[in-house]
Design a binder for this molecule. Structure first.
Ligand code: NAD
Ligand code: AHE
Ligand code: ZN
Ligand code: ZN
Length: 375
């Protein structure tokens, strides 16, 4: 198949909110600096639902969504040395080139090399898509487009992993789990003994709990409007549960009262701007730090009284938990193989690519964390 167009099945999002359609899609060969990957397993993340729902200013249609996956390199374009056919890989929506201003700064995991193209659904070299249906281009998404049996990614957007790792599990290390763990370890740098509050107990929030537990947090308070979330959350390290619906007072006040003045660290893992405000305002005066992890809809803005920051609270955000993708995803895979981090526990459902619309429906049900699709 090397050098040839591959026709395969992919789930195409033709329009926002319209069911995805499994189509025969032509996937062009990888050009210089590109890699064609046979995707074997892909999970759904809330961000896919967000873009599909028309809430993403970068969402273009028709497109192939998906960004939490694992597969095997099928072929590589000219000049690619990072991987070779047969390598087991995890596509990385946050690239790592090692050479750009961002990568060299040592201050961020963001990479600037291909971001201009991945934000507009095309490849960097010619600003074109490698996906088409009978000649009509279909946009890429997040530089990954994993809801397809084959995809083309930039070589800086692919992490080579240990072939011993089960791809049907480690596909989760493409987004949600690292995001939560890294929000704690890299972005907040939570110290032992800290009081932590987590808003939203989906996969990302639970991974924050797991990260906080390993960091030695003394109290891990989980906040969710769905009380059923607490049972599962306990297994990930949440020690106390608060449902805002059980309280008359604003949730930030409830937390301040529970914690003698506020928490040391809070994490917003929902994408709701009023909750982001509450998450900042439940932080302790003088040092409390709040990390925004959730992705808010187009047009939404955050606000608070500046006095909150003047009096020492810190507002931060995180992308992919601050992990440098190509160098650290393989390390996370090793940690999973050594049983130092959970992955299997987040997988509540398994379906096939053909059942993807059912998988989107499941995301709105409280009992679903991650649904892994086999392609
Ligand atoms: P999810 O839908 O599984 O979890 C969200 C949880 O929030 C659910 O348990 C829900 O019951 C709860 N919730 C909703 N409204 C609430 C409210 N008002 N108060 C309290 N709880 C509430 O989603 P997920 O896959 O875990 O993703 C969480 C968020 O993180 C999404 O916005 C996603 O787009 C974002 N995300 C960001 C990054 C990043 O790099 N920054 C990476 C992955 C996901
Ligand atoms: N396209 C949206 C923003 C989406 C967003 O913030 N994405 C997160 C990852 S979510 C993964 O589930 C991220 O890492 N952003 C950094 C980046 O480089 O995209 C918008 O509002 O335009
Ligand atoms: Zn995601
Ligand atoms: Zn870079």
């Amino acid at each position: 198949t090397q050098g040839q167009v591959i026709t395969c099945k992919a789930a195409v999002a033709w329009e926002p909110n319209k069911p995805l359609v499994i189509e025969d899609v032509q996937v062009a060969p990888p050009q210089a600096g590109e890699v064609r990957v046979k995707i074997l397993y892909t999970a759904l993340c809330h961000t896919d639902a967000y873009t599909w729902g028309g809430k993403d200013p970068e969402g273009l249609f028709p497109c192939i969504l998906g960004h939490e996956a694992a597969g095997i390199v099928e072929s590589v374009g000219e000049g690619v040395t990072i991987v070779q056919p047969g390598d087991h890989v995890i596509p990385c929506y946050q690239a790592e080139c090692g050479e750009c201003k961002f990568c060299k700064s040592g201050k961020t995991n963001l990479c600037g090399k291909v971001r201009a193209a991945t934000g507009v659904g095309v490849m960097m070299s010619d600003r074109k898509s490698r996906f088409s249906i009978n000649g009509k281009p279909i946009y890429h998404f997040m530089g990954t487009s994993t809801f397809s049996q084959y995809t083309v990614v930039h070589d800086v957007s692919v992490a080579k992993i240990d072939p011993k790792a089960p791809l049907e599990k480690v596909c989760l290390l493409g987004c949600g789990v690292p995001t939560g763990l890294g929000a704690v370890w890299n972005t907040a740098k939570v110290e032992a003994g800290s009081i932590v509050a987590i808003f939203g107990l989906g996969t990302v929030g639970l991974a924050v709990a797991e990260g906080a537990k390993t960091a030695g947090a003394s109290r891990i308070i989980g906040i969710d409007i769905d009380s059923k979330k607490f049972d599962t959350a306990k297994n990930f390290g949440v020690t106390e549960f608060v449902n805002p619906k059980d309280h008359e007072k604003p949730i930030q006040q409830v937390l301040v009262d529970l914690t003698d003045g506020g928490v040391d660290y809070s994490f917003e893992c929902i994408g709701n701007v009023s909750v982001m405000r509450a998450a900042l305002e439940c932080c302790h005066k003088g040092w409390g730090t709040s990390v925004i992890v959730g992705v808010a809809a187009s047009g939404q803005e955050i606000s608070t009284r500046p006095f909150q920051l003047v009096t020492g609270r810190v507002w931060k955000g995180t992308a992919f938990g601050g992990f440098k993708s190509r160098s650290q995803v393989p390390w996370l895979v090793e940690k999973y193989l050594k049983k130092e981090i959970k992955v299997d526990e987040y997988i509540t459902h398994t379906l096939t690519l053909g059942e993807i619309n059912k998988a989107f429906d499941l995301m709105h049900e409280g009992g679903c964390l991650r649904c892994v699709l086999s392609t």
